[in-house]
Design a protein around this ligand. Structure first.
Ligand code: NAP
Length: 326
């Protein structure tokens, strides 16, 4: 009984209390407004999950600034509709859709293969796609779904694109990896011996776990890149509480109530995109100033596990093993 409460009820309570705290903070603080960003002509960006929600606004803004943006997504119809909409709005926009299902390691490899065939540079990678509160299930590769889509698929994607990212950056114009995490990481801990949540499944805990894993990955990658002296940085961003379809798997009555509250109190997808765009494009984060964890336009400190170098390394090595890399 006690262990059931600890594993099922506690993550729910922790996440909703955190959500309430973040929402109150959002209500009583001013939402970050993105300053005018430099033109991005000649730059190439990949945005995962860029067909809707926060990712769509990131793609739209980058395209407006002249970047060539590739939306990586699993739903072709939705992706092509997003491309059409942006191209109707900005006649000069260079946006395309490429199939990418982060729940499938094979699909990630195919996506990278197709991208490489285009022989393009890659200046910005935004690991944005995400799922939340899915019922227990495994991907075709046998991984828990939140862990696979939010974290491991993005780990593999970044790993396979690393050389292109490194080669596309130069002094004063670093390439950038932006990992869209969440404040939900604050109520989680990394279970290295149970990354797949097999011992006891809680959808709430699985989401928070995947978002903490993303943060650890982002920090470790950044340090490795700095140590190697590569013109590439990696940072993590919390977009805030934003009115998107991410919440659609919530318990139905709560979801219905939330859809009303969300319209009134949550940030819009464009507001949620602001800090992501800032981290991806701002000259303020150039070179040595890159990296870190960003929320509402500011670099933030977060919970100790996120900055534990030993934990970062252990997760990194375990992930490589799980992916059969190295
Ligand atoms: N909304 C918030 O309040 C909030 C708060 C903190 C963090 N975040 C983070 O922000 C990011 C964007 O979320 P959002 O709020 O914009 O949610 P959203 O509207 O649901 O967008 C999520 C995107 O990810 C894509 N996606 C899901 N599974 C995928 C897969 N297996 N392969 C490829 N693409 C996949 C979705 O496309 P499909 O059509 O294929 O599902 C969709 O385009 C997520 O990482 C989320 O965790 C959001």
């Amino acid at each position: 009984m006690l262990s059931a409460i600890r594993s099922h009820l506690l993550p729910v309570i922790k996440l909703y209390l955190l959500g309430l705290k973040v929402l109150l903070a959002q209500l009583f603080s001013r939402c970050f407004r993105l300053p005018v960003m430099p033109r991005q002509d000649g730059k190439v960006a990949i945005v995962t999950g860029g067909s809707r929600g926060i990712g769509y606004e990131v793609v739209r803004h980058m395209a407006r600034l002249g970047a060539h943006v590739i939306i990586g997504g699993r739903n072709e119809q939705e992706g092509l509709a997003a491309v059409r909409k942006i191209c109707e709005e900005y006649k000069e926009a260079k946006v395309e859709f490429m199939k990418l299902d982060l729940a499938s390691l094979q699909s990630v490899r195919q996506f990278v293969q197709c991208f490489r065939e285009q022989d393009l540079p890659l200046n910005i990678l935004v690991n944005n796609a995400g799922v939340m509160l899915l019922p227990e299930g495994r991907t075709e590769d046998g991984f828990e779904q939140h862990f696979a889509v939010n974290y491991l698929g993005h780990f593999l994607l970044t790993w396979l694109l690393l050389d292109t990212l490194k080669n596309s950056g130069k002094c004063g114009h670093f390439s950038r990896v932006v990992n869209v995490s969440s404040s939900a990481h604050r109520v989680s801990e990394i279970r290295l011996n149970d990354l797949n949540s097999s011992q006891c499944y809680s959808a709430h805990a699985a989401y928070c776990h995947s978002k903490l894993a993303q943060l650890l990955f982002s920090s470790h990658l950044h340090q490795e890149l700095q140590r190697g002296g590569f013109p590439l940085s990696s940072c993590a961003v919390d977009p805030g509480i934003v009115d998107t379809a991410l919440y659609r798997h919530l318990w139905t009555p709560l979801c219905m109530a939330l859809s009303v509250i969300a319209r009134l109190l949550f940030w819009t997808p464009a507001q949620g995109a602001a800090t992501i765009l800032y981290s991806a494009l701002s000259p303020d984060l150039e070179g040595e100033n890159g990296g870190g964890y960003w929320a509402n336009g500011r670099r933030e400190m977060t919970t100790p596990p996120a900055f534990d170098p030993q934990l970062q390394l252990s997760l990194w090595e375990t992930s490589l093993q799980l992916l059969g890399l190295q």
